[in-house]
Write a protein that binds this ligand. Structure first.
Ligand code: 13P
Ligand code: SF4
Length: 349
């Protein structure tokens, strides 16, 4: 396949990639996105983009995966809420989810007739892997009157046991507006604490009971790091994700989903930004807001970084059984109800 691609086509593709990736300089592999680097991957992005047409496939890419996937072959890029909507609306025969397994499961729940594939089956998530359906059933037995809210970073069987799903973009709004006072929130303990604090600020009286998961990326950021950065960079804006600790959230200038974090940076003027999230988001901002200055601080998600162009190509060309998402139909239907409820209760924007 690769040998059949004409040299001028490869050069045009390398130019396209270079225009997109030129400003990305936070690559954890130490890669510099110059013409040579873009030319080296151009045959592969061309091959993947051709395979997409042949197979009637779309690629959904979370903002944390490598920039050459997002900008080289991604059809939809964004946060978990945006990508779950994209999965629901996708009319393609094949969905390749460049993200992590729970996201691909969500796509399968919402597009059951599509073949949903994941580039690397090992792309777990410390939150999703912290509790299973059985664990939720045990908690429900302890709190039978609670409404069960699951963060989208959870497995299909956890969603099947839950009343409503939320993402980092709608969690405050949805929980605030649920009729129940007692909420059982799984699996993110820190996000649950942030919800508790935010609802208190809004004067909303709810009891939030949480399970004990945390994100291994976001629970690393500390108040001391923020204080040191503020001392060194006057005018700095600290932008964090609700998976961070409540202490970090309390001293941040903005807290929101990765989509909301991007919007905040693009629409505010500050000399420097400290992004307390996975480094991939800084890469996206360097592409889409190259005039902004980011100081160090972001961290890598080892699961998201298991994605690569080669694995995307292989999953698309001839997926191995372990790359294909399959779900028990009863679990899928119950999980779909929980996610559909989220779409009904989400704020309009
Ligand atoms: P969002 O992109 O929905 O904010 O989620 C962040 C995350 O950690 C996904 O795993
Ligand atoms: Fe899970 Fe955290 Fe990685 Fe997101 S960044 S996939 S929450 S481990």
């Amino acid at each position: 396949m690769t040998a059949a691609i004409a040299a001028d086509e490869i050069e045009a593709e390398a130019d396209r990639l270079l225009r997109a990736l030129l400003h990305v300089d936070c690559d954890p592999r130490g890669k510099t996105w110059n013409y040579e680097a873009c030319r080296a991957i151009a045959p592969l992005t061309l091959e993947i983009n051709r395979l997409k047409k042949e197979k009637d496939a779309v690629i959904l890419a979370h903002s944390y995966v490598e920039p050459e996937i997002i900008y080289g072959v991604g059809d939809f890029k964004g946060d978990s809420y945006f990508l779950s909507l994209a999965a629901k609306q996708a009319r393609a025969k094949v969905i390749v989810f460049a993200g992590v397994v729970f996201m691909a499961e969500t796509a399968k729940i919402l597009s059951p007739d599509a073949t949903v594939v994941v580039p690397d089956r090992g792309s777990g998530c410390s939150l999703a892997d912290s509790i299973d359906g059985d664990g939720v059933r045990k908690l429900k037995a302890l709190y039978p009157d609670a409404t069960v809210v699951c963060y989208i970073n959870s497995t299909a069987d956890v969603k099947a046991e839950s009343d409503v799903c939320v993402t980092s973009g709608n969690v405050y709004h949805i929980i605030e507006n649920l009729p129940a006072r007692r909420i059982l929130f799984v699996p993110d303990r820190l996000m649950g604490q942030n919800v508790r604090d935010e609802l208190r600020r809004r004067g909303v009286d709810k009891e939030i009971i949480t399970s004990d998961g945390t994100c291994l990326v976001h629970d690393q950021f500390s108040v001391a790091d923020i204080a040191a950065a503020r001392a060194q960079f006057p005018g700095l804006k600290v932008v964090s994700h609700p998976e961070c600790t409540p202490e970090v959230a309390a001293v941040s200038d903005f807290v929101g989903s990765t989509g909301a974090m991007m919007k905040y940076v693009k629409t505010t003027g500050a000399p420097y930004y400290l992004m307390l999230t996975e480094c991939g988001l800084v890469g996206r901002l360097q592409v889409e807001a190259p005039e902004k200055n980011f100081i160090g601080g972001c961290r890598l998600c080892p699961y998201m970084k298991l994605n690569s162009l080669e694995k995307v190509r292989d999953a698309l060309k001839s997926p191995r059984p372990d790359q294909i998402i399959t779900l028990d139909e009863d679990v899928r239907r119950r999980a779909a109800r929980c996610i559909e409820r989220m779409f009904e209760l989400s704020p309009a924007d």
